[in-house]
Design a protein around this ligand. Structure first.
Ligand SMILES: O=P(O)(O)OC[C@@H](O)[C@@H](O)c1c[nH]c2ccccc12
Length: 267
């Protein structure tokens, strides 16, 4: 059976072919080399451990999703990103997938130019080209989805990410995927409580998975935040940072919403 994840990746590969026809491999490699050095996303995400203000927030620029359809128009992603930064986000995530999430590399460019904090390129990374592209467009961090990659690919992409000076947020959903990520040397591991094969969300899933995350990896809880209480629950289970999309893009006052999520772990 073709899962949602499989069908998204089919589209991602087609769109990638079109971009590669315009900008050949050598050119994107050169653009990546010419970009300003990446910011230290690992340090930004880990900083919560030594800080009484606790949990860090990765705030996402997300217009649509396969599960919910249109979420927010976001006519000015730079403005949204600045309000995230002003609200105290540690990292900004930018969805660059076009077909299901209505994102683009232009969104990444706009956000990169607007903020001083690390930026995550959130996409379905399946070919080397995308890593050079991420760096060329100023990304400091990329997403690697364990469910979409075989061990050899995952190992290779982790190495390439680090070679380019970036960090990888390695996303897992099951205990087995966490074990694979850790065994391959992931330094930042995210548990997505949304199953990308069925799109079901279960926030309690983080607590079940958290015990499998070693202390020496940066631990991220992803998806399902509908209130500050959910952030507090993730933090109580040991999350160093929480990735929030929908709740922020749908809030008319994203900066205030972000502040309330940041202080959640203090309550
Ligand atoms: O909107 P939410 O429920 O706050 O979720 C954000 C984020 O975790 C989600 O967008 C996400 C997590 N992993 C992904 C992989 C691909 C696309 C999107 C995602």
């Amino acid at each position: 059976m073709v899962s949602v994840l499989d069908s998204i990746i089919t589209g991602v590969r087609e769109d990638l072919q079109a971009r590669r026809a315009l900008i050949p491999h050598e050119q994107i490699v050169a653009a990546a080399a010419a970009a300003a050095p990446a910011l230290d996303a690992h340090a930004a995400l880990l900083a919560g451990r030594a800080d009484p203000h606790g949990v860090r927030i990765i705030a996402e620029v997300k217009r649509s999703s396969p599960s919910k359809g249109a979420l927010a128009e976001i006519p000015d992603p730079a403005r949204l990103a600045r309000s995230y930064q002003d609200g105290g986000a540690a990292v900004i995530s930018v969805l660059t997938e076009g077909r299901r999430f209505n994102g683009s590399l232009a969104d990444l460019d706009a956000v990169r130019a607007a903020v001083e904090i690390p930026v995550l390129r959130k996409d379905f990374m399946v070919e080397e080209y995308q890593f050079y592209e991420a760096r060329a467009h100023g990304a400091d961090l990329v997403l690697l989805i364990v469910a979409a990659l075989e061990d050899e690919k995952l190992r290779h992409f982790l190495a390439l990410t680090h070679e380019l000076g970036m960090e990888a947020l390695v996303e897992a959903h099951t205990e087995e995927e966490i074990a694979r990520a850790v065994a391959l040397g992931a330094k930042i591991v995210g548990v997505n409580v949304r199953n990308l094969k069925t799109l079901e969300v279960d926030v309690a899933h983080y607590a079940t998975m958290a015990q499998h995350l070693p202390a020496d990896v940066v631990r991220i809880a992803e998806s399902g935040v509908t209130s500050a209480q959910v952030v507090a629950d993730y933090a109580a289970q040991g999350a160093d940072a929480v990735l929030v999309g929908e709740a922020l893009v749908k809030d008319g006052e994203p900066e205030t919403a972000l502040r309330s999520f940041r202080s959640a772990s203090l309550v």
